[in-house]
Design a binder for this molecule. Sequence first.
Ligand code: EPS
Length: 358
Amino acid sequence: MGIRFLTSGESHGKCLNAIIEGLPAGFNIDFEFVNAELASRQKGYGRGGRMAIETDKIEVLSGIRHGKTIGSPVCIQINNKDFENWKIPMSADVVDTELYSEVLSAKEITIPRPGHADFAGAHKYNTDDIRNILERSSARETATRVAVGAIARCVLSEFNIVGEFEILSIGGESDPHKFNSKIDEAKNAGVTLGGEIKVVYKNLPIGLGSHVHWDRRLDGLIAQAIMSIPAIKSVEIGMGRDVANFSGDKVHDEMYYNEKCTRKTNNAGGLEGGMTNGEDLVVKCAMKPIPTMISPLNSFDIKTKEPKKAHFERSDTCAVEACGAVAVNMVGIVLLNAFLERFGSDNMEQIKINYEKK
Ligand code: EPS
């Protein structure tokens, strides 16, 4: 069995947490690496004011002794520094609604943003205060996923498996030198921009995942993990949707034997039959523009039903770079699970023995 994890926390609550179960005993967690990944999620031109407030870092609450895992569930925490400014509106305790009526009504939201979880979430959870939905649907939650993914990658790195991401385009512009001016233009217009991201993992052993069952196919598992990232609207493996436009001889990667299997192309993106084939894993995804905009779209008040402009709250003009950091770490979680399924054990020594026999 691989790892499973749950996250908790609201965007402006006290903290974000994750409990990770199933990590093998006896590997070092590289805290510097984990915190560097968290910092990478905070970066990028076009991020809003919140990132100037936060310095995301993990605090380990359990499951690690002297820097090493011991097989226990690992509980981590990332504090929200901004909570200082939200103590009353985000209080877990009952608050005096008369005394604090001004601050509470200032934080109440009744106009959903098209493209966000606001409308469906308020309906589903039976509330007319969209704050209850926004706080958890905020992409701030992805900080915990980055931390979990970075911990997963500490195991993978012991086997030389490394991942990275690259931004392919922002707002339709694919020249990196023009990204910042594109973002400036959007910011001046009060709108937001999405973009395309590529994630690549190297040195994967052959045969992670399986062809035998739908829910063991690695491409399916990767697609689920990527699509679960807020604002992602599509995911592609290797050549992606272009496979529909060429004949088979232009799509499949011819094979040669030269001490090992080699290929001139990697259109399959490292996956055949739902399994790694020894080539680099290549995953691409598209992020939509963030729905929270200074120039808001038409919407309506869910209490009064009157037409109104959508709610605006501090936001980012562009968070594609942050999304890249989330994507590379989400793929890391899926790969660790596939790796543990193939070579797994409760402890690192045994995993290394199993791996050597591969
Ligand atoms: C985010 C924190 C949020 C936003 C962004 C992502 O901070 P705040 O809401 O305090 O400004 O910057 O989230 C959204 C725009 C969104 O719609 O969810 C973060 O840490 O990534």
